[in-house]
Design a protein around this ligand. Structure first.
Ligand SMILES: Cc1ncc(COP(=O)(O)O)c(C=O)c1O
Length: 305
């Protein structure tokens, strides 16, 4: 958007304040936005499917972007399959997008000297999947087991689609999102404890959630370590922290980040206009970045114990 100067039309996702997580966008919202932009439906759909390169390879995974009708999708093979870091794939489908035009655009941005280690690793990842279509079965079973064990741990919540009230959405079973706010801990504090004591690193730390990723390399002993770490949090904090829990929950229920969002500048204008200013000089100016006040208040409550 910065390179082309395109004017985006943002679609506000469903938001869950208990988790401080955006759930996704509904089909009707997308249709409304497309109509407002171009009044016709021949707009190509381009998906950022960074975390979905594995979706075609197990029946329990969500349908891939191409299966759902996207014209172009970028999949990060290095994130969820076995290729080297920095290698990914661009997939095309249908005839709305001209491959020659895509190739021309890529040549503007890419080196003319590709890295053959990366290309070979992409081919190896592709071959690995072609050779063994059931390759994800073991990991899916580990994820089912992990979910079952986490559900039994007092004070820990496990994210599922029921929190968003939308049954047309799908979730990746290999991503396990837990909440520790009932323990009176911010998830940044839980994250530190899990890392320091168990060397567990989530794939994503939210303000009220930790997401763990299982993958082809995940072993049963890794799941055991995760369960041990989460049990440790529960044993140590569940019964102590009821006062903090009520303070945190009371202030967070009114937090609705997307409701009042509106675009003040296009991404390109914002990119070139952004300046660092002192706090005093910032009054009345448009904020150029996210301020996570939410996190810092939560932190100070948790740390002040
Ligand atoms: C959905 C999504 N898109 C794009 C990116 C950008 O990835 P990278 O900086 O590795 O190119 C990320 C990074 O995690 C992501 O999660």
């Amino acid at each position: 958007m910065v390179l082309t100067g395109v004017i985006p039309k943002y679609i506000m996702p469903v938001y869950n304040s208990d988790w401080d997580i955006a759930g996704g966008v509904s089909v009707s919202e997308v249709q409304r936005a497309v109509k407002e932009i171009c009044h016709r439906l021949c707009t190509p759909v381009i998906a950022d499917e960074a975390h979905g390169a594995h979706f075609r390879f197990n029946k329990t995974f969500p349908r891939s972007a191409l299966e759902q009708g996207a014209d172009l999708t970028v999949q990060f093979t290095h994130k969820v399959l076995s290729s080297l870091t920095q290698s990914l794939m661009l997939h095309l489908s249908g005839d709305l997008v001209d491959p020659a035009q895509v190739s021309k655009c890529l040549q503007l941005l890419q080196s003319t000297s590709p890295n053959y280690l990366l290309l070979a690793s992409l081919d190896a990842a592709r071959a690995q999947l072609a050779d063994e279509m059931s390759i994800f079965d073991k990991t899916v079973n580990l994820a089912i087991k992990a979910r079952k064990l986490i559900r039994e741990i007092p004070g820990i919540t496990l994210l599922d689609l029921s929190y968003f009230g939308l049954n047309s959405f799908e979730m990746d079973p290999l991503r396990i999102t837990i909440g520790t706010s009932r323990l009176g801990l911010s998830d940044h504090v839980s994250n530190n404890i899990l890392y320091e004591n168990y060397k567990i690193i989530p794939v994503l730390v939210g303000t009220r959630s930790l997401t763990f990723a299982l993958n082809l390399g995940t072993r049963y002993m890794d799941v055991e370590r995760l369960i041990l770490g989460v049990k440790h949090l529960s044993n140590k904090f569940f019964h102590e922290n009821s006062r903090i829990i009520s303070i945190c929950n009371a202030r967070d229920s009114s937090f609705e980040p997307f409701e009042s969002s509106q675009m003040e500048l296009t991404p390109r204008d914002e990119f070139f206009a952004k300046r660092r200013v002192s706090t005093a000089d910032s009054i009345g100016k448009i904020c150029g970045d996210r301020i996570n006040l939410h996190i810092s208040i939560w932190h100070s409550i948790a740390y002040s114990r």
